[in-house]
Design a protein around this ligand. Structure first.
Ligand code: URA
Length: 407
């Protein structure tokens, strides 16, 4: 008989969990045999003392086993996914996924909703009228086979234990724990049935990790876990000291992604897309990858795949729009160069103006006209915020007004 109260004290006493003990914790919490109060005590211990790599692998395995694992047979191509640790204006998955499919890969992608100040890929896709991101695994597999890519949210079929534990971590301030983050991210990715995974580890003031070094540590850990499950993982650290691309929001980010897929994406965003794409293609053993990615954008294949995926999910890409009633421009208070952007504050503002009387304002967002080191004259527009609620916008304006340092 396992005594949970004893298990809680393990880490403090330098003891290590066995596979049976970790499975007991994960499964008992999922089955309501451990309540929130006791699970919080365990999470706080892990938050404080951590877990070693073997325990983190066991924890990841227990979460995978709490749900179903997708298997893809007879797919004629490399099965790969891309994951980002999250940033402001980060819509890379919407662009890179279809590009990789057009280059010959298959991309089954389980994504999250917005987390803290960062936007969620699922929220963005759901802003397309009709898009259903919560389909069952059978349909998910069928769309991956037919189109090459399907992007869904986490349903009860995939890692239900992570869903429940994540929600408790969110309420108890225990998100920022490396073993818990690794178990949470990797369990969902491994359950997708992928051969390879490319990770975009964001660092900087708009990311969850402030420094490149912290990002490297997370990247190494995630790669090690992948190795234990025969998934090839490569990671890239990318800058998040300013919003990525020209827009942050929901519909506006989908529209910007369409522009990118049609060859009209902004340089900073396309640079990240191509860098990650090259890493992904190296895993998939696709040579001459940069040229291939450019070709599938220019010949329309990548956009066509995105359009087909949206259609298979019930979405109507042609009815997406970004109509709003109000807009506020933030102008430079002096001339000089942009020396600093408080990216997190901008993310908070975008999330704030996204709330519309208890629902989401899909058409709200921000457009960025100036980035780090850009020259600027007094009175130039730095960014504009738009939404369907002027009061919200005024609060958002207050948040971003002091987000830029010009010198
Ligand atoms: N994303 C996840 O899916 N899980 C975490 O714990 C953190 C980020």
């Amino acid at each position: 008989m396992i005594d949970f109260q004893e298990l809680i004290k393990y880490k403090k006493n330098n003891k290590f969990y066995s596979s049976k003990e970790i499975s007991f914790i994960v499964q008992s919490y999922l089955n309501d045999e451990i309540d929130d109060k006791n699970m919080t005590l365990w999470l706080k211990e892990i938050f404080e003392y951590g877990m070693n790599i073997d325990e983190t692998v066991l924890y990841t395995e227990s979460i995978i086993n709490s749900g179903e694992k997708v298997e893809f047979d007879n797919l004629d191509g490399y099965v790969i996914d891309k994951h980002s640790t999250g940033g402001v204006g980060d819509k890379v998955s919407l662009i890179l996924g279809p590009i990789l499919v057009a280059c010959g890969c298959f991309v089954p992608m389980v994504v999250g909703r917005h987390l803290g100040h960062t936007g969620g890929t699922l929220d963005k896709l759901e802003s397309i009228p009709g898009y259903n991101g919560l389909i069952d695994l059978d349909k998910f597999k069928k769309i991956v086979k037919k189109v090459g890519i399907s992007i869904i949210g986490q349903t009860n079929e995939i890692c239900p234990a992570d869903r429940k534990i994540y929600s408790l971590r969110d309420k108890t301030n225990t998100i920022a724990s490396l073993p818990l983050i690794c178990g949470s991210i990797m369990s969902k990715k491994i359950s997708e049935g992928i051969h390879g995974l490319v990770l975009d580890i964001k660092y900087g003031n708009g990311a969850f990790l402030e420094t490149k070094k912290e990002g490297q540590r997370l990247g190494e850990l995630l790669s090690l876990i992948g190795k234990n499950f025969n998934v090839d993982v490569k990671y890239l650290g990318t800058d998040m000291t300013q919003p990525l691309g020209n827009f942050s929001g929901l519909n506006c980010e989908v529209i910007e992604s369409i522009y990118c897929l049609r060859g009209r994406g902004p340089d900073d965003l396309m640079d990240v897309v191509f860098k990650l794409g090259r890493v992904a293609c190296s895993l998939a053993k696709i040579d001459n990858s940069k040229q291939k990615m450019i070709d599938v954008i220019n010949n329309g294949k990548a956009y066509e795949i995105f359009e087909k995926m949206v259609y298979e999910h019930g979405g109507d890409i042609n009815s997406i729009n970004c109509d709003y009633t109000d807009c506020i421009e933030i102008k430079a208070y002096e001339s000089g160069n942009i020396k600093f952007i408080d990216t997190k504050k901008i993310g908070d503002a975008v999330n704030y103006i996204n709330k519309l009387k208890g629902t989401r304002d899909n058409n709200s967002g921000a457009e960025f006209f100036k980035k780090n080191n850009d020259k600027i004259s007094k009175g130039d527009v730095i960014l504009r915020l738009f939404s369907n609620d002027l009061n919200n916008l005024k609060i958002g304006e207050r948040l971003v007004r002091e987000s830029y340092i010009i010198k």
